[in-house]
Ligand binder design. Sequence first.
Ligand code: ANZ
Ligand code: ZN
Length: 798
Amino acid sequence: MEEYKPSKIEPKWQKYWDKEKLFKAKDFAKSSKLFLLVEFPYPSGAGLHVGHCRSYTAMDVIARKRRMQGENVLYPMGWDAFGLPTENYAIKTNKQPAVVTKENTTVFKRQEKSLGLSFDWSREINTIDPKYYKWTQWIFLQMFKKGLAYKAKMPINWCLSCKIGLANEEVVEGRCERCGGQVEKREKEQWMLKITDYAERLLKDLDRVDYPARVKTLQRDWIGKSEGWEIKFQIKSSHLQVPVFTTRADTLFGCTYLVLSPEHLVLQELSYSNKKQVEQYIKQAKHKLERERLAEAKEKTGVKLEGVTAINSANNKELPIFVADYVMMNYGTGAIMAVPGHDQRDWLFAKKFKLPIIEVISGGNVVEGAYHEEGALVNSDEFNGLKSEKAKEQIAKKVKAKKKINYKLRDWVFSRQRYWGEPIPLVFCEKCGWQAVNEKDLPVELPKVKNFQPTEKGESPLAKAGDWLNAKCPKCKGKAKRETDTMPNWAGSNWYFLRYCDPTNDKKFADAKNLKYWMPIDWYNGGMEHTTLHLLYSRFVYKFLWDIGALLEELGSEPYKKRTSHGMILAEGGVKMSKSKGNVINPDEVIKECGADTLRMYEMFMGPFSQAIAWDTKGVKGVSRFLEKTWRLQDKLSKQKGKKEQSLGKLIHQTIKKVSEDIEAMKFNTAVSALMILVNAMEKQKSLSKKDFAVLLILLSPFAPHLAEELWQQQGNKKSIGFTKWPEYDKKLIKEKTITLIVQVNGRVRDKIEVQAGISEKQAQAKALESQKIQDWLRNKKAKKVIFIKDKLINIVI
Ligand code: ANZ
Ligand code: ZN
């Protein structure tokens, strides 16, 4: 028989699958639908990453298996192709971004095809296609019309090297997420989307979806709901009042000063004698980033306002007022009541400025640091002895505080002053202000411009787009100018999955019938890094579309039923893969050397799917040898003519069970191990059963589809293995018998445990030691002697 040559068989079957349209999802088919989704890639110049392969292959394994189980699977792919890296690269190389994008997309598509992924390519979408972004613009217009899109002067995160405004989510540890460059605060006019209007629903509906716990936690923390009170502080000898937001009204008697954020407007009304000093402080604070300002560990700075004080209405005490940058303007009221005994930042500040620290909750030692816990009140007059929970309500009532809910979530900065994005479909008329472009005039196409460099002033390159700028005001028909900002790179991805349901519709983003059939998405796998970005944004946009009736009510307002997440693939040695370190694994090379099936199977085998794991070239070789071994079983089968076939019986059924269940649980690594055990057993057999071999090929086919298809058709099967029925296991055959084992310590019965029948003394002892009861009796003492009666009793003598 011929040698196993992936480079020969893989392209052949890819062509065959394509030609037979095997993976085409059928709209409205009677069989039950399954919408499987992976995050469509940004086609960067670096080409497909092995991390993409991990996610795509995993879902491909599930897609292939479920098709074999009779489901109508939609597993689509597309390109999220607007964005900065391409634009930056285009600037560097003096090419048009559209040209660069086309090149990159071609590479990505070739690479994905060479992996044998079972995408329905007839539904391929691309966010830069005007037929696609017509609907991205349409969705924006609906938001604009409902008042959810507004333009505001915002202190934004400005990346000095990309010359672009960044959302909070795009600033990682004070640096630009994309280029790692320095970020500072700047005031800019920006289009904003009011995601904050949806904060409560985005939070509450997390209860209804099947996401990993850590994804839910991250989203909850990001939304950051906080329930507390707004308490007003009277400024002495003035009509002015300063409200503060606090979650700890129970600590009001411990408040020893107030703090205003440097951006607080009341600073302009208060009369204090050290104006110069305060102004100087404000000026430098404004350039600092939020994270920097909020960091607990950071050295506290601030300035006392000389000559003004506030009154604590709980005890009529007079309090000094400070301006300090650890209080943010965009949270709560922009002012706080400082309780240094029980808030660590206040404590550090009080130490530095020699302010009194009063203990009002007993249990800690406020001389050494703030005591955060709740507890019984002290030094709080008539509230002494009350527990925090009650005290909060009662103190709030005494000072007439209002209950208040705050969210950390911020509105979404939805514009940028760059070229390579969807134009914002609005025009500005001197008479009528901002106006929506008529829907029939969509899409507003991105004009071709020669010069797409960002400007130093931060103006969009489209501001120089000549004729394109001029438009008619849809309202008064007078002269108007187009908006020159473009949308951020999240715009195209926040609704893309809907387009897969009906990718060529030019009347709607997707027909209601198609949406009704395919939505919601049954299973969405993607990266953890998207948790508070794409995953949250798209939930918001989906809810909005649902609210305005663009989605059928019965679909519900959550797009994803189930979300899972893959771990990152690191370079050998456990560090991040990066071009600069030269440690990037190129899937093309792995495929060239070992084949796509090896790459696929290795990535499924390398470790627990949800965990980060380092690449291991030896591991790749191991999987490659396993596939060769499988290939040779074919030889064995053809040479054993005449011999009586031997079925592996129980092992076959155990493997069916294991592989089927593990795939569903995304325990791909243990599924592959089970296949390896089976192949080893077959190798040792004197003669192989044809039926067993067929089962092996079917179970193997989601992981190594090319090899499985080749051997399958060599066996004389005419139809693709992809449409063979997935096998079921015989429950009776694999049932393990269990017995009750008596466990004694020094001859006395101390526990009874369920164990598999026939286990050895060693296994029984290990099982017995797992019992907490037995551990308590042994108290770490070593066994002197063990008496074991098979399937009956174990006695540990100490
Ligand atoms: C008094 C107090 C006493 C506080 C205490 C905490 C502990 P979360 O849970 O995150 O909502 N705070 C309020 N507005 C702020 C702002 N704009 N910038 C910085 N800090 C601000 O936190 C609410 C607490 O954060 C509030 O409760 C306030 O400090 C502070 F023992 O008030 B607290
Ligand atoms: Zn007008």
